[in-house]
Design a protein around this ligand. Structure first.
Ligand code: GLC
Length: 440
């Protein structure tokens, strides 16, 4: 039986397709015009799945364009600066990545010097398995997988030098959840930049109360400066580097990506690479138990500087669901937390728990709902058999988008769409869901 919903799905899908077309800059998709005028790593992976629903060849192009920014050590940067733009700070000149980071003799676009959550392998697997495979040959997909494997290996060595099974982030931007209150304590120990003359562009485009505070931005910039001074070489980054955090979200996404990559490499008969992935998957699985707090019954991020869990529940704390990293009791606790918020009339999933002192329903990553995080949480819930809750979150999110427009994020009481408008991954998530569920 078809469930009732409050929106016209045909119109919603047509609008979503138009947003991707409008944000297409010739083979890659900007998250939205002006506010984010370049190619962002995890945005693009998700956009590729959106494109796949109506233009498979264009979806593969998105991935090729992203991989053009890959470094010779495997790192896949969080931003690829294909063309210059006056609208964004910090631009390629500020990152100032040395030519030596890139493969010798290969033409490449400038990039940032840190990475982002590696959802790419998961998206490539979905593209590959659902696609008609007319435009992209098996050989090319194998090559793409090899590049992704090199990226994952970079995470393991550069961000987990002690081989613990959990990778760290060295900048809040690397987590993709830039302004999460989970980073407040570690960020407080980071000095501010001495550069008093830089000009943020974001607050001239979006209301400042929806964006990070100036004191946070000054610290973000300081971290860029010290990473740049060390040529982004993780071996030169010592134990006293001020911001070192185990992000439960990124680690879950990486675990899921390792599983998806392994499934693809298996199809290509790459035995030893599969074994390598298997070993890493097991290591991470074991290490994850240390991120669960049995007293508060939550997965938490961990501050590597102090070794302590950061007891601030955020939407990232539900992402272990996406990677099969939660045991049955942990899953039921997560489900009851979500249901409890829903009973209190919060739309799921707020980026910060609504009962946290740091909860701010309109500020970037401190409360609002992000559709692409919901997509991952819904996948996880369905994998664990919670189809009903997954469907509710999906329908709520689609209704929100249909009512308010394709925003970057949303007030968890459904009052407003916030941040950038005509947002690409919001459109992509509609298309992904439209493709697979027919809105049931
Ligand atoms: C913001 C988000 C980041 C995203 C980017 C482009 O910086 O925090 O996760 O990739 O915008 O949408």
């Amino acid at each position: 039986m078809k469930a009732q919903h409050q929106f016209d799905s045909q119109t919603l899908m047509e609008q979503a397709r138009n947003i991707l077309r409008q944000n297409d800059r010739g083979g890659y998709t900007v998250p939205t015009e002006r506010l984010y005028p370049y190619q962002w790593n995890w945005d693009s992976a998700i956009c590729a799945l959106g494109w796949q629903s109506f233009d498979e060849a264009r979806a593969w192009k998105e991935i090729r364009m992203l991989l053009k920014g890959q470094w010779s050590n495997g790192m896949l940067p969080h931003i690829v600066f294909h063309q210059d733009s006056p609208d964004y700070f910090p631009n390629a000149d500020v990152w100032n990545v040395s030519e030596a980071c890139f493969p010798h003799g290969v033409e490449h676009p400038p990039t940032s010097g840190i990475s982002q959550p590696p959802v790419l392998a998961t998206c490539v697997r979905k593209l590959w398995e659902a696609g008609k495979q007319t435009s992209t040959e098996k050989g090319e997909v194998k090559l793409i997988c090899e590049k992704i494997l090199n990226w994952h290996r970079w995470f393991w060595s550069a961000r987990d030098p002690e081989n613990t099974g959990l990778v760290r982030v060295l900048h809040p931007w690397e987590s993709g959840m830039d302004n999460s209150p989970a980073w407040d304590e570690p960020l407080a120990r980071v000095p501010s930049t001495q550069n008093a003359s830089y000009v943020r562009q974001d607050t001239s485009l979006i209301d400042a109360h929806q964006r990070p505070l100036q004191k946070e931005y000054d610290r973000y910039l300081y971290l860029v400066e010290i990473l740049r001074d060390k040529d982004y070489d993780s071996r030169a980054i010592s134990q006293d580097f001020p911001f070192r955090v185990i992000d439960v979200g990124l680690n879950s996404i990486l675990q899921r990506a390792n599983l998806d990559l392994k499934a693809m490499l298996d199809q290509f008969g790459m035995r030893s690479e599969c074994q390598e992935l298997e070993a890493r998957i097991e290591l991470t699985q074991n290490a994850f138990t240390k991120l669960w707090d049995p007293q508060h019954e939550h997965f938490y991020n961990r501050d590597e500087f102090t070794g302590e869990l950061i007891r601030v529940p955020t939407s990232a704390c539900f992402l272990p669901l996406f990677a099969g990293l939660a045991g049955n009791e942990q899953v039921s606790k997560m489900v009851s937390t979500l249901e409890n918020w829903m009973d209190q009339k919060f739309l799921l999933v707020p980026s910060t728990a609504p009962d946290e002192p740091s909860y701010e329903p309109e500020r970037y990553w401190r409360g609002p709902v992000w559709p692409h995080i919901n997509w991952m949480i819904c996948e996880g819930l369905s994998d664990y058999g919670f189809d009903d809750l997954s469907r509710k979150i999906r329908m709520q999110t689609l209704e929100l988008i249909s009512k308010l427009g394709f925003y970057e994020y949303y007030h968890p009481l459904g009052e407003s769409g916030l941040g950038g408008s005509s947002f690409s991954w919001t459109a992509a998530v509609c298309l992904i869901w439209g493709n697979s569920t027919n809105f049931r």
